[in-house]
Design a protein around this ligand. Structure first.
Ligand code: PGA
Length: 248
């Protein structure tokens, strides 16, 4: 596998959108085997997306979050075993649009639940604007990485982190390329330092926050960037397919 290219649809889509998206995508995707493409639809559209996954085998499927406990009665929640059953390979954990209402302990339990149900978490970290302005980026990320370290015995030698500065999400702003490279290297070195049995190849760090067709190539070619997590630009199917077809 080369890079991960992930589409986070957030709260977007309807039945027609899902069909049109995957028909277009499958017809126009060129470099099928080089990159791992992961689509994160809403919970509601996972089942339909899974039909296309099985039919075309051109992408993996992910959920945008899940509950930390499969066994309790919890109105409105979705459990990890339901997601695994419906065909999910990946789950986003700790996305900043969701993280605010949840403490670190809950996030740690979700990580644990995802791993115990044999899916791969994509664990989101990143500083908000005031943390950036107060030079706290590294310390914020170090604290957030503690959940990975605490659950390290459950990982099957593949840790995927998404560095998503909160101020870059949906804003059209991105950090300098050198900053992205530096933070990704910081994340890898922190994990290697705390988990000496890991090797660098076991850790993938994706960048997310205002990624689009114009900036993808530069970001993906940056040292220590193993992929991208794309929100807004991923719901434009032509733009997203062109991103997946970029020659690196
Ligand atoms: P964006 O969102 O690409 O629209 O900035 C990224 C994300 O929230 O994962």
């Amino acid at each position: 596998m080369n890079k991960i290219i992930a589409a986070n649809w957030k709260m977007h889509g309807n039945n027609n959108f899902v069909s049109d998206y995957f028909e277009f995508f499958t017809k126009n995707l060129k470099n099928k085997c080089n990159n791992e493409i992961i689509i994160f639809p809403s919970y509601l559209h996972l089942d339909k997306a899974n039909i296309f996954k099985k039919k075309y085998n051109s992408f993996k499927l992910g959920a945008q979050s899940c509950h930390f406990n499969n066994k309790i009665a919890q109105t409105s929640s979705i459990s990890a075993d339901m997601l695994s059953d419906i065909g999910c390979d990946y789950v986003l954990v700790g996305h900043s649009e969701w993280r605010n209402n949840n403490d670190e302990k809950t996030i740690s339990h979700i990580l644990q639940n995802v791993l115990e149900n044999n899916m791969v978490p994509i664990y989101c970290v990143g500083e908000n604007l005031s943390e950036k302005e107060n030079s706290k980026t590294e310390s914020v990320i170090e604290t957030q990485l503690k959940n990975i370290i605490d659950n390290s015995d459950l990982f099957n030698n593949k840790i995927v982190i998404a560095y998503e500065p909160v101020w870059a999400i949906g804003s059209g702003l991105t950090p300098e390329i050198s900053v992205i490279s530096f933070i990704h290297s910081y994340i890898k070195s922190k994990l290697l330092q705390k988990l000496p049995s890991l090797q660098e190849k076991d850790i993938m760090v994706l960048y997310g926050g205002s990624v689009n067709l114009k900036n993808t190539k530069e970001i993906l070619k940056t040292n220590n960037v193993d992929g991208v997590l794309i929100g807004g630009a991923s719901i434009n199917i032509e733009e997203f397919t062109n991103i997946c077809n970029e020659k690196l």
